[in-house]
Every structure is written in structure tokens, then in C-alpha cells.
Design a binder for this molecule. Structure first.
Ligand code: XLS
Ligand code: NI
Ligand code: NI
Length: 435
């Protein structure tokens, strides 16, 4: 069956097109900064938002019209596989991502769940080879099932730790089977509700033990995917241990895990942590930890993870700039961890959401091309930090200076002069590149 009968393959038609089923800015073959747009922007579709999300919210029930429901949960799961491959093919997107619980229904027992997973994985594998689509990453959902009420690897209940380990073991096997390029850990419930009853030390030690076991098992089965931690400060827990990139990097460093991981950075998680997206990307870049991104955006007047499709060109441009400065995302990509609004309940809205996000990234990339050609940021930085190029600044940077030589210098140079940043002028000029 055809799941999206109104849609043919989405192609580039240029900015003047008023065809809603066309890209107006994303031209996959167009070369920008030495690479095609397709190579720069390795887009992925998120199974959970696109195939599962039904539009319910804390105040209302499901509204989304979807045509893949079958007679039994396993029939629905199979239909969803066909639907997502049709979606990827029509959208011209090469990658997808999923949680174990997205693709197959949970059984009564772990054994039964794994059997369901195996059945669907076989079908996914077949569709992958027919269409050439690839798995950017998979992950384990260790937050929805009631057993994870106190967490997974950080649960106060050791039996739950064991269950979580079994689930990730299976996830790694599935990732290997499907040739995933990354494997993600988002610790949705790896945090605490209240510190009054939490042994933070034990919980963090246990999480580290868990990650080491995952690293060991991946080695054992020769699964070569890049491991990624996805930081988020809160929601559903009050405090999540992987609060932001800095916290995650500190944790990984302290437990001897840094060399095995990079980060999957989500825009909406950055803003939930009180940072901009570009701040988080920049921090990761400083430590060579930028692995992949979850592209979406929050709503500044709502305080939660609204996971909207990214249409804020300003923020996306600054994010793409960080990616370009990083030399790309390597094995990673741009996963639309984004859902259509509840009021956009038609199935075609799934296309409109993705097209909007894809075109916004393409426009961001074009703006970055102009910024790079003019060395816009390079010139600003060169001028601002010029004092470190020679004299005392060069001595500081080269390690020649010490407190005694610096004191000597400061005693002699009593007339100190600072320069204005002219930040308003910078922002105004930046607008010329973006809009
Ligand atoms: C939730 C997270 C989740 C991860 C994958 O906020 O973004 O969707 O990306 O578990
Ligand atoms: Ni995410
Ligand atoms: Ni999220």
C-alpha cells in the first residue's frame, strides 16, 4: 500500500516555487564550501516523532490522522516500516533513527520483546537494502516503561539496572546488524526527582559502570559505531546527570570514558539548560566531542522540550557555522528530533515539517558560505585577540611568561587601554548575511 498518496518525490524547485511539496532552498547536488549540500547536511528522520507520535498532550487525547494501523500491534509495526521507507524515499533523506520501543511492540517478557524486535529488524534490513537508506543511530527507550520509574542505569533497584543492561546489549546487536553509524544514550530518567533520597555518588558510579559494560560489549561484537551521549538538563526528571555538554564531558572524563564517546547535541535541550544551541556546539568542539545533532527548536515562552521543527534561521545559521568549523559531523548527522504541532494533524504535515527544517538548514548553510568567504568571524576574532600575537601576549600563549615576568611587565606598563567591541555593529552586519 502507498501511505502518502498525495506526495511524489520532493525535489528542489527554487525559492520562487509555491509547490508545498518542494524544496525551495535545499538543492542536494549544489556545491557549497567544497561539498554538496547533501554531504554537508546528513539529514535523518526520527521514528518516534514521525511514525509514533499521536498528538496527545497532558490535556488532550490523540488527534493525528495516520493510516498505518493494522489489526495487531505487530501488523502496525510492519506497516510503519513500509511507511517510513516510503517517507524517506519521497523526502530524499538518507538516514533514520529509532528507539527499540518505536519499532516493535514490547512483549510480556524480555524474550518476547526481543523476538518482536528480531522480526521487525529483519524487515528493516530488507527495506534498507532495497532503498539504500541508512541507520544514523538507534537507542534504547529506558524511560517509558513503568519499570524505569526510578531510572535505568541510575535506578535504586539493581534488578532494573540488569534489565536496562539486557536492553542495551540487544540494542548494540541490532545496531551492528543494521550497520548503524552511531549508538545514542539519552538518559531520560538518569537523574533524580529529589536529592532527599538520592545517593548521587552511587548512581553516577553505576552509570559509569553501565557505560563501560556497553563499551566492552560493543568491542566484543565488533560494533564500530560512534557512541554518543545526548545531554539534557531535566524533564522528565528534576535533574538529569548529563545536564549539558560541560557536565557530560566532565562525567566522561572523570570515569575514563571520554575516548569512547562523543555528544549528540539537541537544540531544545541546550535552551532548556539555559544555553544557546551554538554555545553547546562550541563547547563540544573545544573538547573534540561534537558527534551529531538533534535538530529542533524550543519555544522561549514555554519551559519544556517542545521539539518544534527548526525554522529559526538565525539560530540554525550559527549552529551550521559551528558544524562547518568542526569540519563537519563525521559519522554523525542532523536528526530531526522534531514533531508537528498538535494542530497540524494531517499526515502530509509530516512532509511540511521536514521540508521546513531542511530548507532552513540549507539557507543557514548558504549564509555560512557567505560568512566564510568574507572571513566575517575570523576577522572579528583576529582583531579582538591581536594582543596575543606579539609582545607580552605572545609570551603568555607560548608559555614563556610566568607570574614574575608578568609582574615586571605590569609594573612598567601602567597605561592600559581597552578597545570597544562594537557588538551592535557586528549584530547589524550579521543580519545582512542571514536575511
Ligand atoms: C528527549 C530526547 C530523545 C532522544 C532519544 O528529549 O531528545 O528523543 O533524542 O532518546
Ligand atoms: Ni533528542
Ligand atoms: Ni529532546
Amino acid at each position: 500500500m502507498e501511505y502518502f498518496p498525495n506526495v511524489k518525490k520532493i525535489t528542489f524547485e527554487g525559492p520562487k516555487s509555491d509547490n508545498p511539496f518542494a524544496f525551495r532552498y535545499y538543492n542536494p547536488q549544489e556545491v557549497v564550501l567544497g561539498k554538496s549540500m547533501k554531504e554537508h547536511l546528513r539529514f535523518a528522520v526520527a521514528y518516534w516523532h514521525t511514525m509514533i507520535q499521536d498528538g496527545c498532550d497532558p490535556f488532550g487525547s490523540a488527534v493525528n490522522k495516520r493510516n498505518w494501523f493494522g489489526k495487531t500491534p505487530i501488523d502496525t509495526a510492519k506497516n510503519r516500516v513500509d511507511a517510513i521507507f516510503e517517507f524517506l524515499t519521497k523526502l530524499d533523506v538518507d538516514y533514520f533513527c529509532f528507539h527499540d520501543a518505536d519499532i516493535a511492540p514490547e512483549g510480556e517478557t524480555l524474550k518476547e520483546t526481543n523476538k518482536n524486535i528480531d522480526e521487525i529488524v529483519a524487515l528493516i534490513k530488507q527495506r534498507m537494502s532495497e532503498t539504500g537508506k541508512r541507520l544514523l543511530w538507534n537507542t534504547a527507550n529506558m524511560f517509558s516503561n513503568p519499570r524505569f520509574v526510578h531510572g535505568a542505569a541510575s535506578s535504586s533497584n539493581a534488578v532494573v539496572f540488569a534489565h536496562a543492561a539486557a536492553q542495551v546489549k540487544k540494542g548494540l546487536e541490532v545496531g551492528k546488524e543494521l550497520g548503524a553509524t552511531n549508538y545514542v544514550f539519552w538518559g531520560g530518567r538518569e537523574g533524580y526527582e529529589s536529592l532527599l533520597n538520592t545517593d548521587m555518588n552511587l548512581e553516577q558510579d553505576n552509570m559509569a559502570r553501565f557505560f563501560h559494560m556497553a563499551v566492552d560489549y560493543a568491542k566484543e561484537i565488533n560494533f564500530e559505531a560512534q557512541f554518543l551521549i545526548e545531554p539534557k538538563p531535566k524533564e522528565p526528571t528534576t535533574h538529569q546527570y548529563d545536564f549539558d555538554c560541560s557536565a557530560a564531558i566532565a562525567f566522561l572524563s572523570a570515569y575514563g570514558l571520554k575516548k569512547y564517546f562523543k555528544l549528540n547535541i539537541e537544540a531544545n535541550h541546550a535552551t532548556l539548560a539555559g544555553h544557546t544551541f551554538e554555545h553547546e556546539l562550541n563547547i563540544a568542539r573545544c573538547y573534540d566531542m561534537l558527534g551529531s545533532i538533534d535538530a529542533n527548536q524550543g519555544n522561549s515562552i514555554l519551559g519544556w522540550d517542545t521539539d518544534e521543527f527548526p525554522t529559526d534561521l538565525y539560530s540554525v545559521t550559527l549552529a551550521v557555522y559551528q558544524i562547518v568549523e568542526n569540519g563537519g559531523l563525521g559519522k554523525g548527522g542532523i536528526n530531526f528530533d522534531a514533531k508537528v504541532r498538535r494542530s497540524s494533524f494531517e499526515q502530509d504535515d509530516l512532509f511540511f515539517g521536514h521540508i521546513a527544517g531542511i530548507d532552513t538548514f540549507a539557507r543557514g548553510l548558504k549564509a555560512v558560505e557567505k560568512l566564510k568567504k568574507d572571513k566575517f568571524f575570523e576577522n572579528i576574532l583576529e582583531k579582538r585577540y591581536a594582543s596575543y600575537k606579539n609582545g607580552i601576549g605572545a609570551d603568555i600563549v607560548s608559555g614563556k611568561a610566568n607570574f614574575k615576568t608578568l609582574e615586571e611587565y605590569a609594573l612598567q606598563n601602567t597605561k592600559l587601554k581597552n578597545e570597544s567591541d562594537h557588538l551592535e555593529q557586528i549584530k547589524s552586519k550579521l543580519n545582512d548575511y542571514i536575511f
